[in-house]
Design a binder for this molecule. Structure first.
Ligand code: O7E
Length: 211
């Protein structure tokens, strides 16, 4: 069954909690990134952890191995269950994120290709394929690949095999959940849910599509 991951990119703690709580019965994980953490502080992880859902830290970690290690240690100490890192910094830096994640019984995902139009500028021409291969070689739990380009997801699947593919870009960015949900292990959805008049109803609708 394809997972539904809520991308909680709101800026207010109470709103974040309320949306997460109402959507909780219909989602499999919550992704938290810079917008929410920079607005509320890392303690938001503790608040959300009360819901009992896996928490994914979308910090797209991209630094030297030592700094990556310090960032990832802080992520898992805050209560996150998974971290997302960039692979373009090289195998040693990416592997550090994987090692820290696994030392905390957590998971690490590597961005292979992004979903926005400008992503084709650098990710195409073989780079995404190399990043996907790096994710496999680094022992990452999976990759991030674009819901806006299902053909690319199919191509990257050839490289990562049974490792997970989490895919953002559904809805607000134009990706079709009916198409993408069949290709990936999880769809990541933000605005379509949290900007909906009834976020829980939208999460429920998407949860039915993916099954
Ligand atoms: O477009 P939305 O509102 O559904 O939000 C999508 C979320 O996924 C948002 O947090 C954005 O930063 C993130 N994202 C992409 O949209 N495209 C990518 O290529 C990668 C990510 C991302 O989350 O990367 C790590 C999973």
């Amino acid at each position: 069954m394809t997972e539904l991951i809520l991308s909680l990119d709101v800026l207010d703690r109470q709103r974040a909690r309320a949306i997460a709580e109402s959507c909780a019965p219909f989602i499999d994980a919550i992704k938290v990134g810079y917008p929410l953490v920079l607005s509320t502080g890392l303690s938001i992880a503790g608040d959300l952890a009360e819901l009992g859902l896996p928490l994914i830290a979308d910090f797209k970690v991209a630094d030297i191995p030592n700094t990556n290690r310090l960032i990832c240690e802080a992520v898992f100490a805050a209560g996150f269950d998974a971290v997302i890192a960039h692979g373009f910094v090289g195998a040693d830096a990416a592997r550090t994120c994987v090692e820290v994640a696994h030392s905390h019984s957590g998971e690490a995902y590597i961005v292979a290709e992004m979903s926005h139009p400008g992503a084709t500028e650098f990710f195409h021409g073989g780079v995404a394929e190399r990043l996907a291969a790096l994710a496999v070689a680094s022992g990452a739990d999976g990759i991030i690949a674009p819901a806006t380009r299902p053909d690319r997801v199919r191509e990257l699947r050839e490289i990562v095999g049974k490792r997970k593919i989490y895919s953002p870009g559904v809805g607000a960015q134009g990706g079709d959940p009916d198409v993408v949900a069949r290709l990936v292990d999880g769809i990541i959805v933000g605005r379509s849910i949290y900007e909906a008049e009834d976020p829980a109803a939208e999460a429920e609708r998407l949860s039915r599509i993916r099954r």
